[in-house]
Design a protein around this ligand. Structure first.
Ligand SMILES: *[C@@H]1O[C@H](CO)[C@@H](O)[C@H](O)[C@H]1NC(C)=O
Ligand SMILES: *[C@@H]1O[C@H](CO)[C@@H](O)[C@H](O)[C@H]1NC(C)=O
Length: 571
């Protein structure tokens, strides 16, 4: 589904007789001081071995796009809801002509021909022998192994660019990124309990059934968050995209079983499929992915009637970040009605080079600009990050630290809900506190005084933004019923609510929500959330942050209420 765009041939021909080779002054562009923990040297590579690199060109007006994206996403702005087309976004992110020609000229000196691999032409791909790459980038590519997974990759500890190109090239990767493989669904930390396949009746009253204290299914979510059971209109211009990675396949037989037991009114509903990077669609029940099944069941089974697309990302990723940016480029090239993207995978921010964390964020900003709400699970290790781990300082997750992501934390219990102790939360070390939450973050930090001073970044973007059910969620997986825990549950649940609001907006002739955060933190938006004031998110040998009155880095603004969301959007 990824599109390939060739550079205009004229550009390449015109520069074929450029500077002589080897005359350019070089400067180190990115480097790592030591091999990151968990990786080991695995020998040299043959000079003739070919590698594929991508070159991120400096985008012509990323600041302009940022200002525009905030303007169209702020309910107080006259431009609110006026989403851009992909072509309009491309005008901001396409590289300047002089950037293209400067880079093409440099590559031609080494006999390297680039091809464009992003809709706006800001990403180039080159395939070249290691020996040429070493010369081009003053690098020393070698083999490295991720010890735990045994996965090897070709990387360098440092690379340089011609000084004259520093202002034109954002980065070249994969080079100095030692990214741990996405190791299993981060959100699903426990399978506590096997259930039989006995059907459950859907409660008819609004009261939350007491069984929801220990087993949470779509009927519980309807009662707790006011999610309508009635089917949406099913507008083709409003689809939820579910990101699927690491050969986690969504299984349609499991979905049927789930709907049969818990949403019999929706039996027969299915998801549609998009594959990128060689992604597969293995429907063997024994190969069903627990994360993929959870995500599909809590979108198809909660956002009744809304089309759901499962995006299966294969191993041939070109972005060096597990396919996170590849999905964005796929959606921008072919939006196909997608208005919400939910992802229940993530990284610890510190495990990615800043250049890639920023690249991802700029990509999600583009999705927001075209009217897609981008949701990520906030992580399951409390203040310790994606999963609980040993840590001396708190570990913010990525890409949730990107202000254009709506980071979804976890809650639990019968109303009034409390924080789920696994709920990932904290403060980014890459992105500063955005305006939309500046008052909230300042108030929270003031409220805790010196507690945890030095363990977190007081000037960082705070996450999560809100929270939803993240414990004891009932799913069908590989033919039987299970309970799962994790913010992996919360993200598809809230994605479903956003999509149903979008359905109502479309029916009323209004634009969909798009980039959510400025709306969520607005006076109207925050009124749609039930504040959570109890619970903590322990990690790194501490009790973690505490949920408290107002925004907090455990449950954000609190849990959503559907009717109040409708009121907030003026319906
Ligand atoms: C549901 O959709 C998936 C993906 O397109 C497909 O593989 C599967 O066969 C479908 N299931 C049914 C019952 O039609
Ligand atoms: C704290 O966050 C800011 C961005 O707001 C960043 O520039 C700074 O480097 C971070 N500090 C540390 C110690 O990571």
């Amino acid at each position: 589904m990824r599109s390939t765009f060739l550079l205009p041939l004229a550009t390449l021909l015109a520069i074929a007789h450029g500077n002589p080779t080897g005359r350019r002054a070089m400067a180190v562009h990115e480097s790592v001081s030591a091999l990151p923990r968990g990786f080991a040297h695995a020998g040299s590579v043959a000079p003739t071995q070919e590698i594929t690199l991508r070159i991120a060109l400096v985008q012509s007006d990323i600041k302009g796009l940022e200002a525009k994206t905030y303007a169209i996403s702020d309910p107080a702005n006259a431009l609110y809801g006026q989403h851009l087309t992909p072509a309009e976004v491309a005008e901001y992110v396409k590289p300047a002509e002089e950037t293209l020609s400067a880079v093409s000229e440099w590559l031609a000196e080494h006999g390297v021909t680039p091809k464009s691999i992003s809709p706006a032409g800001d990403l180039l791909q080159i395939t070249l022998p290691v020996s040429t790459a070493n010369t081009l980038l003053a690098a020393q590519f070698a083999a490295f192994k991720h010890v735990e997974s045994g996965k090897t990759s070709i990387r360098t500890l440092s690379y340089s660019l011609p000084v004259s190109l520093q202002e034109h090239v954002h980065f070249v990767h994969p080079t100095v990124a030692f990214v741990p493989p996405l190791s299993g669904p981060p959100g699903v930390t426990a399978i506590n309990h096997r259930r039989d396949t006995e059907a459950r009746a859907t409660p008819t009253s609004d009261a939350v059934p007491s069984s929801c204290a220990s087993v949470v299914n779509p009927a519980c979510l309807e009662a707790m968050y006011g999610i309508p059971a009635a089917k949406a209109t099913g507008s083709a211009s409003n689809a939820i995209a579910v990101a699927g990675y690491i050969d986690q396949f969504a299984n349609s037989a499991d979905l049927s079983r789930f709907l049969g037991a818990l949403r019999s009114d929706l039996v027969g509903a299915n998801f549609s499929l998009r594959t990128i990077d060689g992604g597969q669609n293995d429907q063997t029940v024994a190969n069903a992915g627990i994360e993929a099944d959870l995500d599909i069941e809590y979108t198809v089974g909660v956002a009744a009637g809304v089309p759901v697309t499962f995006i299966s990302v294969g191993d041939n990723t070109i972005d060096d970040i597990a396919g996170f940016v590849d999905i964005v480029n796929s959606i921008i090239a072919d939006p196909a009605g997608i208005t919400v993207l939910t992802t229940s995978y993530g990284f610890n921010e510190q495990d990615l080079p800043v250049s890639l964390v920023v690249e991802m964020c700029n990509a999600y900003m583009q999705l927001g600009a075209i009217g897609v709400s981008v949701l990520f699970a906030s992580g399951d290790g409390g203040v310790g990050g994606i999963q609980s781990t040993t840590c001396t300082a708190f570990v913010p997750t990525a890409p949730g630290g990107c202000p254009f992501i709506t980071s979804v934390g976890g809650s639990t219990g019968l109303p009034p809900q409390v924080a789920a102790s696994l709920s990932g939360g904290g403060f980014s070390n890459v992105f500063p506190t955005p305006d939309f939450q500046a008052g909230d973050v300042a108030a929270y930090i003031a409220s805790i005084g010196d507690q945890y001073a030095g363990l977190y970044n007081r000037s960082g973007r705070g996450l999560p933004d809100m929270a939803a059910q993240a414990e004891n969620v009932e799913i069908a997986w590989q033919g039987s019923f299970w309970l799962v825990d994790g913010t992996s549950c919360a993200s598809p649940i809230f994605a479903s609510m956003v999509a149903v609001v979008n359905d109502r907006l479309i029916a009323a002739g209004k634009p969909v929500l798009g980039f959510l955060n400025p709306f969520l933190y607005s006076p109207a938006g925050r009124a749609a959330f039930t504040d959570i004031t109890s619970g903590t998110n322990p990690g790194c040998n501490t009790n973690g942050f505490s949920a408290s009155t107002g925004w907090d880095p455990v449950t954000g603004l609190g849990t959503p209420n559907f009717d109040r969301l409708l009121t907030a959007v003026g319906l």
